[in-house]
Design a protein around this ligand. Structure first.
Ligand code: NAD
Length: 350
């Protein structure tokens, strides 16, 4: 395995320059606002359409605005004075959400379309777009022992319906704003992200959080059983949130990556059955498995080929899954029991 010595980050950004992050009331955007704040950046504007009390986290000292950035005028307001813009707003969720609400997913195209134009007009220096591994050609993902996907595998295009196609066209916007208008844009294709302060219940959560919650529920309610979507053989790689925000920072400040989509994901392939075993081990329990073949399961297998990110950045997301899931499980368990006692928790609904 190659070393993981990250290249130094060369930020052309002063501590007092304005950083704008959309989708900051959600999981990754919220973590990114905290990351830049912890690094000493003093002017961060966090934006989300959710009312402020519903944000997953609000970082003291960060300006928080409740704005719907699918609307043009709100985008103009959002990017006013910005040096860098990180667009992470999207209507999204796990397989259950993206298979059922394809129109909602497609409508996120309004967000990037209006945000990138507003950013261009405001003269921002760098514009980051959060794309997804769902852009990849689905015909390459029909086997759980999938070949890891490299960046060129997005074309010829046959993306995930709804969500994947929206991400692909938004990527193209980013590429053309550079080609034609010389705005520096950056595009990361995230592979499943998980960690504390993410969605864990309500229908938008992804597999790691859903499985942790089900194990915790089964233990608490003493059912001895767990329901698994599909046959459990489907595979994915999962990136821990700390790796994700670090990767965003590195990608957005690397001029070799202007307008160049790049994988940001772990390359540790895990089946859903393995994920359940790991969560059971963390929870100290063994459950009887039941399978729902009619439930949404997405593609059979998906992994991130990290050759390109290693070549350009000398780094890739490497938090071992077991380590990241242990932290996530502990956080969800706390949330679960807090909710049971009537305390406020991080919660999202459809
Ligand atoms: P999230 O749902 O926790 O956060 C997204 C936030 O965007 C939400 O808080 C939502 O309210 C907000 N939003 C939606 N529409 C908006 C609008 N019109 N105006 C303002 N805010 C709006 O999701 P996340 O996991 O933090 O994902 C962040 C980004 O990363 C998204 O673009 C998502 O598509 C992408 N992504 C995430 C994953 C993952 O595994 N979490 C994987 C691939 C790509």
């Amino acid at each position: 395995m190659s070393s993981n010595q990250a290249a130094a980050i060369h930020r052309d950004l002063d501590q007092g320059d304005l950083i704008v992050i959309t989708g900051a009331g959600g999981f990754i955007g919220g973590a990114l606002a905290r990351y830049f704040h912890n690094m000493g950046f003093t002017r961060i504007r966090a934006i989300d359409k959710k009312p402020l009390p519903n944000w997953y986290q609000r970082v003291p000292g960060v300006e928080c605005l409740s704005l719907d950035v699918s609307e043009k005028d709100n985008c103009t307001r959002a990017v006013e004075g910005a040096k860098e813009v990180y667009n992470l707003a999207a209507d999204m969720g796990g397989m259950g959400f993206i298979e059922r609400f394809r129109v909602e997913c497609l409508r996120s195209v309004l967000i990037n379309t209006n945000m990138i134009e507003a950013a261009y007009r405001a003269g921002v220096n760098r514009y980051f777009f959060s794309s997804s591994a769902c852009v990849y050609n689905t015909t390459l993902q029909q086997d759980p022992n999938v070949r890891a996907l490299k960046e060129s595998d997005a074309y010829p295009a046959m993306s995930e319906r709804g969500y994947g196609w929206e991400k692909l066209i938004s990527e193209m916007f980013c590429q053309e704003y550079w080609a034609e208008r010389k705005m520096k844009t950056f595009i990361a294709r995230f592979h499943n992200v998980y960690g504390p302060l993410g969605t864990w219940d309500g229908g938008r959560e992804k597999a790691p959080a859903a499985i942790c919650r089900k194990v915790i529920e089964a233990k608490d309610q003493k059912t001895g059983k767990i329901m698994i979507w599909g046959d459990g053989s489907q595979t994915r790689s999962y990136m821990f949130i700390d790796d994700c925000v670090k990767g965003i920072d590195m990608i957005a400040h690397c001029d070799d990556l202007i307008a160049t989509p790049i994988n940001l994901g772990s390359s540790e392939l895990i089946s859903v059955n393995e994920l359940v075993s790991i969560a059971e081990k963390i929870g100290g329990v063994k459950l009887q498995r039941e399978y729902d073949p009619t439930a949404p399961r997405g593609v059979a297998g998906r992994n991130s080929d990290n050759t390109f990110i290693q070549k350009v950045l000398g780094w890739e997301p490497r938090t071992p899954f077991r380590e990241g899931l242990t932290k996530t499980y502990a956080w969800i368990e706390q949330q679960y029991f807090d909710r049971k006692m009537g305390k406020p928790v991080v919660q999202e609904t459809w």
